[in-house]
Design a protein around this ligand. Structure first.
Ligand code: HEC
Ligand code: HEC
Ligand code: HEC
Ligand code: HEC
Ligand code: HEC
Length: 508
């Protein structure tokens, strides 16, 4: 079980001269803090790469066994091993037991209802540490439905396998992999000797230890983003590439700054994607990273049979649904931290002191478990105050999200009722389109794992749109019921029941 909401201490003071004087002092301290913040952001970018360790073991891009790298870089390796530990915060890490994370679809039944007709309605749990990614994927009940070999893209250290399958060409191997079933590809992974979760060569060049990105779906997706006209304030290297003649396609491994790479390594996996045996794994960034830009990308995409793209048809309503997956990178990109070039690694892989040197913490987990190292290098408030600020953002976000769940349920109820009254697919079309739009937005935010923190205002905006489209769809579906009722009473048949009034349920 997750802990319940923590009360937020309200400090109350009367206005007096001493308070006034104190406020002036606060302004002065505030200015000093802001200067310190800017200095800190600047210093972080100047941090030298600390890779000069005495190598005791030779590692190559095909060395996926992290223990071999660990012989050279024991501090990073020992923190990396800690991703096997259970982590828990109010909204982060996982509920349930240490053996198995909690079902999200049981905690929030509206999620299960939204996913009817798709494998996510069978099993969809909290995430946990990187050490589990392969095992959890192999064991999910979603595997009771046929899955594609592309699933492994983000759940194993599989670049050497792509290389092998493509006769030396990683992209070619990648393009072969989606056609295989999950079971076939998984077998190949074990046969190749690389059945290993995310490992050092997925993010590091073995010679220089500099950051690299290796995942083909990311490389192709970010090139499409660079070639688009979408604003990218979080990626100055793309803006530079756009104005510098575009001689070669944008390549993050040569064009991106070190600061950008501290985000891109994570954006290899913590992104929205499409994965099936009918087309290669796709990162949908050709029109930009905002929720509605990705929606526009999918709306313009055709399935191999020529139909407009959808992930599944909703089992109860028949709406052609877009399923969203963990868009941490996309959502982060819309927030103020991204605009200030604060990278995923700044918060999720903060520095640890090791004598005179600094080591990046490879125990990637919730930053709320390391506020002093993750936030306080830039924010001078007390640890308690920082935690309360996050909690306030997350509480408000969670309340809005749950309201979204109530609204989408009302929409589905209204469509089901209209169908029961005999509304035809043509009549229902507008309501089904609104379900697609509403559900895309709600799922996009629900699937994002920071509970509103990564971009509070943009996530609230997207949720507000989800609510609006849900209620619009409900009105359309309900009006169908009423017209059905009129027609029915004119023909002497029994009128349909009036639509149940929608109670604005208080989220909790
Ligand atoms: C400014 C700091 C900051 C940045 C930058 C940041 N995050 Fe987060 N992230 C957080 C906080 C705070 C949470 C909420 C943790 C919680 O609820 O315990 C979070 C939550 C998460 C979670 C869920 C964690 C859990 O314990 O379940 C994931 C996954 C995640 N972030 C990935 C990313 C990725 C990927 C990026 C970059 C694209 C990124 N974050 C950028 C601060 C940050
Ligand atoms: C583009 C990268 C990517 C691909 C492709 C991918 N995943 Fe994941 N998967 C992730 C990330 C990131 C998480 C952790 C965040 C989360 O759980 O939302 C995750 C979490 C999971 C989890 C644990 C939480 C849950 O959903 O129950 C399972 C199981 C899983 N994925 C199965 C699959 C399956 C099956 C496929 C193929 C259909 C797949 N993944 C394809 C990146 C990916
Ligand atoms: C190869 C794909 C991949 C890469 C690269 C990757 N992740 Fe993950 N991440 C996952 C998957 C998959 C999970 C969920 C594993 C599970 O639930 O079994 C996960 C889980 C997490 C969690 C939850 C940890 C917990 O204790 O609950 C956080 C936080 C996170 N990732 C952040 C990051 C950050 C930050 C980066 C970049 C430094 C990153 N990830 C890079 C795939 C990836
Ligand atoms: C998800 C990507 C990712 C994986 C996997 C990963 N690292 Fe890192 N590593 C980073 C990031 C980000 C940094 C910070 C680099 C920077 O800022 O230039 C880093 C830094 C380092 C450094 C430089 C010194 C330091 O601590 O900042 C070493 C050495 C290192 N990692 C070793 C390892 C080893 C050994 C493994 C495997 C056990 C590993 N890394 C796995 C992302 C990763
Ligand atoms: C590398 C520096 C850096 C780190 C690390 C960092 N921040 Fe920030 N943070 C900033 C900057 C810069 C801003 C924007 C300030 C501005 O422009 O007004 C900001 C803004 C914020 C805001 C207000 C904006 C919003 O999105 O609501 C909150 C809250 C916040 N940070 C919390 C955190 C927390 C919590 C952590 C640690 C998990 C963290 N920050 C880590 C630099 C940082």
């Amino acid at each position: 079980m997750k802990s319940r909401s923590r009360p937020i201490a309200a400090t109350q003071r009367g206005i007096s001269t001493s308070v006034l004087l104190a406020s002036i002092a606060v302004v002065a301290v505030g200015t000093a803090a802001l200067t310190a913040l800017l200095v800190n952001v600047f210093e972080r970018k100047q941090e030298p790469t600390v890779a000069a360790a005495t190598r005791v073991v030779d590692v190559t891009r095909d060395t996926t066994d992290p223990a071999k790298w660990g012989a050279n870089w024991p501090k990073q390796y020992s923190s990396y091993l800690l991703t096997a530990q259970t982590t828990r915060t109010r909204f982060g890490g996982h509920g349930g037991t240490d053996a198995l994370p909690q079902e999200k679809i049981e905690r929030d039944p509206w999620l299960k209802r939204m996913f009817l007709g798709y494998a996510f309605s069978i099993d969809y749990r909290d995430r946990r540490g990187h050490a589990y990614m392969l095992k959890d994927q192999e064991n999910t009940q979603r595997q009771t439905k046929p899955q594609s070999g592309s699933c492994l893209h983000c759940h194993a250290s599989l670049i050497p396998l792509y290389r092998e399958m493509g006769g030396g060409d990683v992209i070619k191997g990648f393009e072969e992999s989606y056609k295989l079933s999950y079971k076939e590809m998984n077998q190949k992974l074990y046969d190749s000797g690389h059945a290993q979760t995310l490992s050092c060569p997925d993010c590091h060049d073995p010679k220089t230890m500099q950051l690299i990105v290796t995942r083909p779906a990311f490389l192709i997706g970010i090139q499409k983003l660079a070639s688009s006209e979408a604003a990218v304030p979080f990626a100055p290297s793309i803006e530079r590439w756009r104005t510098s003649g575009k001689a070669k396609p944008y390549d993050p491994n040569t064009d991106a700054s070190r600061g950008e790479m501290r985000t891109f390594v994570c954006a290899q996996c913590h992104i929205e994607y499409y994965c099936s045996t009918s087309m290669p794994l796709t990162a949908p960034w050709g029109k930009g990273l905002a929720a509605e830009q990705i929606e526009a990308f999918w709306n313009d995409t055709k399935l191999p049979n020529g139909e407009r793209f959808y992930d599944y048809k909703h089992a109860e309503t028949g709406a052609p649904i877009l399923k969203a997956q963990h868009p941490e990178f996309e959502v982060w990109s819309q927030g103020v931290h991204a605009r200030s070039n604060v990278a995923c690694a700044d918060c999720h892989m903060p520095y640890m002191r090791d004598g005179a040197t600094k080591v990046s913490d490879h125990w990637v987990r919730s930053p709320l478990l390391s506020v002093n190292r993750s936030c306080q290098p830039c924010h001078k408030q007390s640890e308690d105050e920082i935690k309360q600020r996050v909690d306030l953002i997350q509480t408000r976000h969670h309340d809005l999200l749950e309201r979204g769940g109530v609204a989408i349920t009302a929409l589905m109820d209204a469509i089901v009722a209209a169908k029961k009254d005999g509304a035809t697919p043509e009549q229902l079309n507008a309501a089904l389109e609104l379900q697609r739009k509403a559900q895309w937005r709600l799922d996009f935010i629900a699937a994002e794992n920071s509970m509103g923190f990564h971009a509070p205002q943009d996530e609230a905006r997207v949720l507000a749109e989800a609510l609006d489209y849900s209620r619009q769809g409900e009105l359309v579906a309900s009006s169908l019921r009423r017209s059905q009722a009129k027609m029915a009473s004119a023909s002497g048949a029994a009128p349909a029941l009036p639509v149940k009034p929608v109670v604005a349920a208080k989220a909790q």
